[in-house]
Design a protein around this ligand. Structure first.
Ligand SMILES: [Zn+2]
Length: 344
């Protein structure tokens, strides 16, 4: 990030440099900046791999790129260790109070010895500072994750127009109001900065297709943010078709209804076989903890059932608020900014 025309850290075989920039492609013309983050959770490498695969292909189109494409790795230390996090969850660290302490004293917000994630936050704040200084237009953010359970991929975004429109450029179910159940997410911090942000949960951690879906979403975000015109980015059309076909039987928009919080001492375990968007009814037994059976308190569809050691969310319940048919009926006014050429 030396202010040169184009920052291209990493050589063949070593694309991830210590500062975590996978690639920063500066387009010839001015325009928006798209910041893509992968691996904010260290056991979710699919987004990182997808960004590594896309960045060189974006660089080849630098002459037709308006603005900047910035690909960043999240929790470097946790990725190396293959863990969700080392000391604390890097996607719960972005509360205003916590960031204020981190900035002012540069130590752990708890006053304890610095945790590995304190250094990760500091490093990412440096990158975000570079974004704010070097941007030549509005900033869009795509934060890429995977889940421990299987089932459909989905996007999440804050329930306001610009975030929703950006998320809807990816034709997977959009889950609203998740941000109201989680404190300190990176996208909530970036939304407060005025950036337009969406999360893409691209599949199960180890599923090979997760990386493919993530790449589709990155190209769709590039097009939706306006970095490259539709005609120059056939990958976005192909990505739209692939995801639309995969998820057309799922609702277009859902709303978070319930979060089951868990702590380490709960020893919560989801019973085998639950998948994203599977229907559940009040009273269904979904898991067990130290107190016994855990039942679903509200009917709906289950989301992100926990099948890993680390994590503070046992499962979520969501409900449909817009079907594909509703969406198709509303189409025509280009509502959700389904992106130019979206049906191509
Ligand atoms: Zn994650």
């Amino acid at each position: 990030m030396d202010g040169g025309e184009e920052t291209s850290p990493g050589g063949p075989g070593d694309p991830v440099q210590p500062d975590g920039i996978i690639g920063w492609v500066k387009g010839r013309a001015e325009g928006p900046l798209l910041l893509c983050v992968g691996g904010l959770h260290g056991n979710e490498p699919a987004g990182v791999r997808a960004l590594e695969s896309v960045v060189e292909r974006v660089r080849e189109r630098r002459r037709v790129l308006a603005g900047d494409f910035v690909a960043v790795t999240g929790n470097l230390r946790a990725l190396s260790a293959g863990r969700r996090f080392m000391a604390y969850d890097l996607n719960r660290a972005w509360t205003p109070a916590r960031l204020l302490v981190q900035r002012s004293v540069g130590v752990s917000p708890n006053g304890r010895a610095p945790a590995p994630e304190d250094a990760e936050v500091a490093r990412m704040l440096d990158i975000l500072h570079a974004v704010s200084v070097r941007r030549r237009g509005p900033v869009y953010v795509l934060d890429i994750h995977t889940t421990s359970g299987g089932g459909g991929a989905f996007t999440t975004a804050a329930d306001t127009r610009r975030h929703k429109d950006f998320a809807m450029a990816i034709p997977a179910p959009l889950v609203l109001r998740l941000d109201e159940h989680l404190e300190g997410t990176l996208t909530s911090h970036l939304a407060r900065l005025g950036y337009t942000a969406a999360v893409f949960e691209c599949g199960q951690h180890q599923e090979a297709e997760s990386q493919v879906r993530a790449a589709c979403a990155i190209w769709l975000a590039i097009r939706a943010a306006g970095l490259i015109e539709d005609a120059q980015v056939p990958e976005a059309r192909q990505g739209w078709t692939a995801l639309e076909e995969a998820y057309r039987r799922l609702p277009r928009i859902l709303e978070m209804k319930y979060r089951h919080p868990v702590t380490k001492t709960d020893r919560y375990r989801t019973r085998p076989g639950f998948r994203n968007f599977q229907w559940v009814r009040v009273g269904d037994v979904i898991g067990d903890d130290r107190r016994g059976e855990v039942v679903v308190p509200a009917s709906g569809r289950v989301l992100m059932p926990l099948y890993q050691e680390q994590g503070e969310d046992g499962f979520f319940v969501v409900r449909d608020i817009k079907t594909r048919a509703d969406q198709d009926a509303a189409a025509g006014q280009g509502g959700a900014a389904a992106a130019p050429g979206a049906n191509g």
